[in-house]
Write a protein that binds this ligand. Sequence first.
Ligand code: NAD
Length: 494
Amino acid sequence: MTVTETSPHVSENPFPTGRLFIGGQWRDATGSGLMAVEAPATGEKLTDVARATIADVDAAVTAARAAFDSGVWSGLPGRERARILLEVGRLMRERSEELGRIESQDAGKPIAMATAVDVNGAAETFEYYGMLAQQLDGSVRQTPGHVLATVQREPLGVVAAITPFNFPLILSTSKVAPALAAGNSVVLKPADDTPLSSLKMAEILQEAGVPDGVFNVVTGVGSELGDHLVGHPEVDKVAFTGSTEVGARVAGQAGRNLRPVVSELGGNSANILFADADLDRAIDTVIQSFVFNAGQFCMAGSRLYVERPVYEEVLARLPQAVSSIPWGDITRPESVFGPLISRKQFDRVSALVSETVAAGARLLVGGNPDPERPGYFYPATVLVDVREDHPAVAREVFGPVLTVQPFDTEEEVIAVANGTAYGLAGGVQTGDAVKGQRVASRLKAGIIWINGWGLMDPAVPFGGVKASGWGRENGPEGLNEYLQTKSIVLNLEG
Ligand code: NAD
């Protein structure tokens, strides 16, 4: 989406339009401001959404606080919340076609992927946290003397959730589902570019029975609303996914109020291909690791390191493997990836590739996007003869771009793989399971895949180290982010 001033007219179309979801009501933004949502595949306007103001953020936080304090959700037994979260999952499956179409057009994803990965993943996540909500419990601790010590787990209060453009539904769900399972209320600020599935989610949560005020959505411009939302005194926890730069600002803002933050930030992950790997399978994995979601995947395996004995063979095979990927038309079920999200991202990726070539790298395949094609389509691109200080190696690309370098020893490749400010993901492709484990255990990242790339599951935690953030989403660890522990110690004497 590109943020433009538009007339306060909401166009007739099948997408959620022009309203905020606050306190269980759909309402206009204060001042009736709107902003256009653009389809990345065409560059045309899809719809308008409300451009929230600071007053709207205040209203959403107030509604979330009132709902939390009333106990209408936070006071329910876990199994009651579970019933509603499981119903959310069911409704998402029932509406997967509609949700998939919204996500596909808003984020430029192939329709089949949007439905199979994004919508299915969101439904699974609500179901997973619904099941964990049923099992929420505390414990009794053994203590000396006449003391009964119980340890309870409680929700925190109001959670501000802020999400990026690349996986709008899943990354909103990975915050909203555990936060609600724990009993919190939520104010969700989706990405400026991709707000539509969050509005649909509000409709589904309400229908499933989430009480008014427990879940609120404010659409708008992050740079206008973010500081206020994050620094709001009634916000008890911030859940942020986005760039490292904005993440640092969010952490500073929340820190001023001493509020905890879970943050999932940028990445620049290394994929290590050893000569003993099954090469057919490894090359499929390499392709998947950098073209998935047009490379707009925080865990993209954008830096490939190939052991010297198979380096030339891998370079010889990559052009054919890359050229045979079906891509582009997001309405075709076989399309693997679609456009980049916006003109801004297209220009950024184009510049990173050009600067890297200007610095001495060689384009093995790709580059040269079609200037006549509407939308923001960038072809899968492989750069070789690169160095660690080249822009496409040193920085997060966030586009379908792979850099390839040879290596000679395990020590050397572990050092270069870890030689980045980021630490989100990593991969080891090898026929030797022991070596795979050994190398994986030395990579500084939150998740490592051996003989694969990108497998995610609601039960498996992910998150970063170093500049890739802190805290974890998914798994019981993801639920713990939204709970606090209280010890109650009863003196049984006298
Ligand atoms: P971004 O940082 O530009 O924006 C993310 C969100 O922050 C948006 O909702 C935006 O409106 C909001 N925002 C902007 N200014 C703000 C402020 N001052 N205070 C609070 N919020 C503000 O990121 P993006 O371009 O939408 O997404 C791409 C980035 O996200 C990449 O760096 C990618 O690696 C990262 N990402 C990380 C993960 C992960 O799990 N680690 C997952 C997906 C994306």
